[in-house]
Design a protein around this ligand. Structure first.
Ligand code: PA5
Ligand code: NI
Length: 187
């Protein structure tokens, strides 16, 4: 039988770079993140064009039952003393979960339930994070290298950025070269 072998897309584990798939790419810059960090004047002083994170994903079907695969590259940096982080979101379909796999760098995955209970998981090369349904999620880069994480989530999940537009319960700051967690009232 003369059957050819399909070459699947690949992820280079050490860097998180995706190859050989139909890819979609999105960069999120300082200018896209108004109101996300605690120190808004500090954000405005940074170059608006500076990329905070890049997401690359395989361009696959969003139909019920299908899965998306993507990699987030969150760069090191701070707005004021607050570490660079993703916007963070609940899924529009709240019951839908997601899995994150740490690939490189060091940081935290901030999880928050609809009841406002927040928790933090260490993320590093090899870490596995089961994000249950009804749980908002945000990556925070507390290290000095790029933090890259692979994610797999249902195509129907969607993103709801508005529900936590006023912020998550916890914020992460650098103080005297240590990581400080602050609980905020509006989260
Ligand atoms: O599906 C996910 O949770 C990730 O791919 C995120 O979308 C990605 O990390 C970017 O974060 P956000 O969508 O909160 O800007
Ligand atoms: Ni998600």
């Amino acid at each position: 039988m003369n059957l050819s072998f399909i070459q699947p897309p690949q992820v280079e584990w050490a860097s998180g770079v995706l190859a050989d798939g139909p890819l979609l790419r999105k960069s999120t810059r300082i200018q896209d993140l108004a109101g996300v960090f605690a120190d808004e004047p500090a954000r405005q002083q940074l170059a608006g064009e500076r990329v905070v994170y890049d997401v690359e994903m395989l361009d696959t079907s969003p139909a019920e039952g299908e899965l998306y695969t993507g990699v987030t590259h969150l760069y090191p940096g701070r707005v004021g003393r607050e570490y660079f982080m993703t916007r963070g979101h609940f899924h529009a379909r709240r019951e839908q979960g997601e899995v994150y796999f740490g690939l490189r760098g060091n940081g935290l995955l901030l999880l928050q339930t609809e009841q406002g209970e927040a928790r933090l998981e260490n993320i590093f090369a090899g870490s596995i994070h089961i994000i249950p349904g009804f749980t908002a999620h945000r990556l925070i880069n507390t290290g000095s290298d790029v933090l890259s994480a692979l994610a797999v989530w249902p195509g129907v999940a969607g993103h709801d950025y508005m529900a936590l537009a006023s912020g998550f319960k916890l914020r992460l700051f650098e103080e005297n070269q240590t990581i400080q967690v602050k609980e905020v009232q509006n989260g």
